[in-house]
Design a protein around this ligand. Structure first.
Ligand code: GAL
Length: 498
C-alpha cells in the first residue's frame, strides 16, 4: 500500500512539475518590517518612533491594546530568523531599517553604533547564507522628533530623508543591491492622516496630499542621490513600493467611478514616477481643483508640482514595486455615507466599497480573496506604464487563528502565484520577483497580535517567542526551491487524502 502511494504521488508529481514553472531568474522572497518584529523599542540609544508614541498614548487604537515593545524580539533573535529563511530556500529577505534606531535624533548628526551594528550583522549573516538582503528605508516608524516638526507634511522632510538615506547607503551600499525607499506611501499618507494609524492625525484631503507630494519628492531625492553617487560604485537598484488593491465595479453603472478609484489609489503615486509626462494624473488634478474651488478653497488641496519637481520625480525608479492583498468592489456612496480612505471608502470621490459574496472571507482587514485581481492589476500597470520590471513586494493572507496547518494560506499562495504566472506567460507582464508577507506572525499595526500573516507561527506568550513553520512555509519553500508552482502543493494535498 505504501509503495502504491509512493507511485501515485510520483506520477502526480511528475505530471504537476511539467509546466507551471516560473522563468529562470525569477526570484522568491519574504518580508518583515522593523516595528512589527524587532521589539527592543527603547534599548541602547534608540529614539522614539511615531508608532512607539501612538501605542503608548492611545492604547485603545490597537484592537488588543498591545504594542510592538517586544513583538517577535527579532532585535535579539534575528539569527533564528536567518535560519528560517535558509530553510525556506528564498532568494532574498526584505526587511526594514528603523530610522530612530539608526539615527536616534531623527537627524544625521548622530549615528547609533548599536543600530548600525545590528543591521550590519543581519546583512552579513544573510549574505553568508546566500540570501540577498533587500532593504526598505522607511516602513512607517518615523522618528517622533520629526513628527513634532510636521513629519511628512513639512517640505524639509525631503532633506531629512535624503540625509538618512545617505547614512544607509554609506554603511551598507557595498553589500545591499536592492533598495525600497518607502513602503506604501498611500497608507502612510492617506491612512496616516485619517487618525486610524500613527501619527493619528486627522487631515484627510489636505495633510494627506501634502504628505503625498513630499513623500514622492523624498523618494526621488534619495533615488537621485543613489543614482549619482552610489550606483556607479555598486550598480544597485532603487524604487519604492506601494499598496495596490484591485477594484471592480459593483454594477455596470459604477464602471467609470471604478476607473477613477484606480487613478486615485494607484496612479496618483505611479503617474508622477512612471509616466512619460510625469506629475499628477491630469484627471485627478482637475477633479480635486474643481472640488476645492466649490468648497471655497483659494487653491487646490492637491499641492502642485513645479516643473523641476516633475522632472526630479519622473523616472526615479529602476523597477516598479507593488504590494497586493485584495480586491474591492466599487459603488457610489449613498446620501450621508462617508468613507475613510482604504479603511471603508474614498471620501474625495464619494465612493464606498461593496462586496461580492463569493469572495468574502470572515477575516477583518482582508475582506475579499480574489486571485484574478492580481493578474488584472499587473495587466493594468503594464497598460499604464509599459514594460517596466515589476517586483511584487508583499502578498499574503491573514487569519484570526494560530493553526500550524494553514491550508487556506497555502492555497492562497498557490492561486495567487498561478495568476502571476499567467500574467507573465499569457499577458507578457515583466514580473521578476514575488514576496510573501510575512516571514513571521508579527505586530499587525492596529490589529495587534490578533491577525496573523506568518509562514511561521510565533508564540507571543513565550519569552522565547518560539517560531514554528506552518504548512504554508513548507509549500512556499518547495516553490522557492523548484520554481514549480504545483509540485509540493499536489504532494501535500494528495498525501493527506491517501
Ligand atoms: C501592508 C504593510 C505590512 C503589513 C501588511 C499586512 O500594508 O506594508 O506592514 O502589515 O500590510 O497587513
Amino acid at each position: 500500500m505504501a509503495c502504491m502511494k509512493a507511485v501515485i504521488i510520483g506520477v502526480l508529481l511528475s505530471m504537476a512539475t511539467a509546466e507551471r514553472r516560473f522563468p529562470d531568474g525569477f526570484k522568491f522572497g519574504t518580508a518583515t518590517s522593523s516595528y512589527q518584529i524587532e521589539g527592543a523599542w527603547n534599548v541602547s540609544d534608540k529614539g522614539e518612533s511615531i508608532w512607539d508614541r501612538f501605542v503608548h498614548t492611545r492604547p485603545e487604537a490597537v484592537s488588543d491594546r498591545s504594542t510592538g515593545d517586544v513583538a517577535c524580539d527579532s532585535y535579539n533573535r534575528w539569527r533564528e530568523d536567518v535560519q528560517l529563511l535558509e530553510d525556506l530556500h528564498v532568494d532574498y529577505y526584505r526587511f526594514s531599517i528603523s530610522w530612530p534606531r539608526l539615527l536616534p535624533t531623527g537627524f544625521a548628526n548622530r549615528v547609533s553604533e548599536d543600530g548600525a551594528r545590528y543591521y550590519g550583522d543581519l546583512i552579513d549573516a544573510l549574505l553568508e547564507k546566500g540570501i540577498e538582503p533587500v532593504i526598505t528605508l522607511y516602513h512607517w516608524d518615523l522618528p517622533q522628533t520629526l513628527q513634532d516638526l510636521g513629519g511628512w507634511t513639512n517640505p524639509l522632510i525631503t532633506e531629512w530623508f535624503t540625509d538618512y538615506a545617505r547614512v544607509i547607503f554609506d554603511l551598507y551600499g557595498d553589500r545591499v543591491k536592492t533598495w525600497l525607499t518607502i513602503n506604501e506611501p498611500v497608507v502612510v499618507c492617506d491612512v496616516g492622516y485619517t487618525g486610524y494609524i500613527a501619527p493619528g492625525l486627522e487631515s484627510e484631503g489636505r495633510g494627506s496630499y501634502l504628505c503625498t507630494k513630499h513623500i514622492l519628492l523624498a523618494h526621488a531625492k534619495a533615488y537621485r542621490l543613489y543614482e549619482a553617487e552610489y550606483k556607479p560604485l555598486y550598480q544597485g537598484q532603487v524604487s519604492l513600493t506601494n499598496q495596490m488593491m484591485w477594484f471592480v465595479p459593483e454594477t455596470e453603472e459604477d464602471a467609470e467611478l471604478t476607473e477613477l478609484v484606480k487613478i486615485y489609489t494607484i496612479d496618483r503615486y505611479c503617474h508622477p514616477m512612471f509616466s512619460a509626462a510625469g506629475g499628477w494624473p491630469p484627471a485627478l488634478e482637475r477633479l480635486i481643483a474643481q472640488q476645492s474651488a466649490e468648497e471655497g478653497e483659494p487653491r487646490s488641496r492637491l499641492p502642485p508640482f513645479t516643473q523641476d519637481e516633475i522632472d526630479l520625480v519622473r523616472g526615479s525608479y529602476d523597477f516598479l514595486a507593488l504590494n497586493h492583498y485584495t480586491t474591492r468592489t466599487v459603488r457610489r456612496a449613498g446620501e450621508g455615507e462617508v468613507g475613510t480612505f482604504l479603511v471603508d471608502g474614498f471620501r474625495e470621490l464619494g465612493v464606498m466599497p461593496g462586496n461580492i459574496p463569493e469572495w468574502l472571507t470572515s477575516t477583518p482587514h482582508q475582506p475579499e480573496v480574489h486571485p484574478g485581481g492580481i493578474r488584472a492589476l499587473l495587466g493594468y500597470v503594464k497598460q499604464q506604464y509599459g514594460d517596466v520590471p515589476i517586483f511584487i513586494m508583499e502578498n499574503g493572507l491573514t487569519d484570526l487563528g494560530t493553526a500550524i496547518d494553514d491550508q487556506p494560506r497555502a492555497t492562497y499562495f498557490r492561486n495567487y502565484l498561478d495568476q502571476v504566472l499567467l500574467a507573465i506567460e499569457e499577458d507578457g507582464v515583466n514580473v521578476r520577483r514575488y514576496t510573501v508577507w510575512s516571514l513571521l506572525d508579527n505586530f499587525e499595526w492596529v490589529h495587534g497580535y490578533q491577525l496573523h500573516f506568518g509562514l511561521h507561527r510565533v508564540n507571543f506568550s513565550s519569552p522565547q517567542r518560539t517560531r514554528t513553520a506552518r504548512r504554508s512555509a513548507r509549500y512556499y519553500a518547495a516553490v522557492a526551491r523548484t520554481k514549480d508552482l504545483d509540485a509540493q502543493y499536489h504532494f501535500e494535498n494528495i498525501a493527506d487524502e491517501l
